[in-house]
Design a protein around this ligand. Structure first.
Ligand code: 3HC
Length: 310
């Protein structure tokens, strides 16, 4: 091990943050670019399924809350793209990787939002899962990523609460509304578990990510945390749990759960979900429509810098 590698690992073991100007193994840098950019892509693509319901929200209050949440997601994406750029890659390269299909984003966003209940389920389950994952990532070893997570986590709890509240209103409403909430829970519960990634035994990156403290807890440990916290929440809603095998295991101190459909998981992350094509096409169209904004900012900055140089 070179002295640079020794010094790097000493900092990791001492829980010191690695900063952009510090020496780091190329594989550490590449792993971070992969995970952080895909995290950013997830935030931005995640705006689409919920955004579809802004004009159809059932009240002005729900519309205002949803608008604010979707706007937050855009901000989360920007924090994370900016943090990724500190690793020496440009925004244009990151966007190109997303639009070409080379880069991934959270598979859950390739499922359609068919009813208003789905908007509640996304807030409650998807942001709920994201919180479990992101609270852990606040302790990631890369400084800019860790600081971005601390900031993002502050906003996520509002996201989860507003979703749960929307579902509670449905679950306590008419029989048709309760059925809508149950249908959304049934369709979003298992894809929400997939947000934590494959089993640790199947995870391509976990070993190195844990060694370098990019990840502080494993996919399965975080998933278990989410499963445990969701059982009482479903009980309060008075809905049926979608996992027929869910059962408290006193010895483990956790719930035993049924198996995720991994064929579905790999099919969706490899581009064959309901909405993969639509999500990327929408992103490309919106990005192209926004070219004039980027050009205007560039022209403004060039003019401002030319004036400064006089
Ligand atoms: N969706 C899409 N791809 C997934 C996935 C999922 N749910 N889970 C795993 N994968 C991919 C991985 O990216 C990797 O593919 P790659 O090599 O092409 O990148 C492959 O499956 C193998 O998985 P690994 O477990 O080896 O990969 P990781 O070690 O990266 O673990 C992860 C996966 C747990 C998702 C990790 O990347 C992570 O913690 N990422 C940051 C958190 C994140 O992105 N969360 C989504 C947030 S969405 C959100 O918050 C929006 C909400 O606010 C609405």
């Amino acid at each position: 091990m070179t002295s640079q590698e020794e010094n790097f690992m000493r900092k990791i073991e001492a829980d010191e943050k690695i900063e952009p100007k510090d020496w780091m193994p190329e594989a550490y840098r590449k792993n971070l670019i992969r995970q952080m950019s895909q995290h950013a892509h997830s935030e931005v693509i995640g705006m689409q399924p919920e955004g579809n319901w802004i004009t159809r929200a059932p009240s002005l209050r729900r519309k205002a809350v949803l608008l604010s949440k979707v706007q937050d997601e855009a901000g989360h994406g920007l924090y994370l793209y900016s943090a990724t750029e500190t690793l020496g890659i440009s925004r244009a390269e990151l966007i190109a990787a997303l639009q070409s299909g080379e880069a991934k984003y959270a598979s859950i966003f390739n499922y359609p939002t068919l009813t208003w209940g789905d908007v509640g389920a996304i807030g409650w389950l998807v942001d709920g899962a994201a919180i479990v994952n992101q609270v852990s990532l606040q302790r990631t070893s890369y400084g800019p990523y860790s600081r971005g997570m601390i900031r993002i986590c502050k906003e996520e709890s509002f996201h989860q609460r507003q979703g749960y509240e929307a579902l509670l209103a449905l679950a306590k409403g008419s029989p048709e509304q309760k059925q809508m909430a149950q249908d959304s829970l049934n369709r979003f519960y298992w894809p929400a578990l997939m947000m934590f990634g494959p089993h640790d035994s199947e995870s391509a990156h976990s070993a190195k990510s844990m060694e370098w403290k990019i990840k502080r807890e494993t996919n399965d440990d975080l998933r278990q945390k989410f499963i445990d916290q969701t059982v009482p929440q479903i009980e309060v809603l008075g809905l049926e749990h979608p996992d027929k095998e869910i059962k408290w295991n006193e010895e483990r101190g956790h719930y035993d759960a049924g198996e995720i459909d991994w064929d579905e998981f790999y099919s969706v992350i490899n581009g064959n979900g309901h909405c993969n094509r639509q999500r990327v096409e929408h992103h490309i169209a919106a990005h192209d429509e926004g070219t004039w904004v980027r050009d205007a900012i560039t022209a403004y900055n060039e003019k401002k810098n030319a004036k400064k140089a006089q």
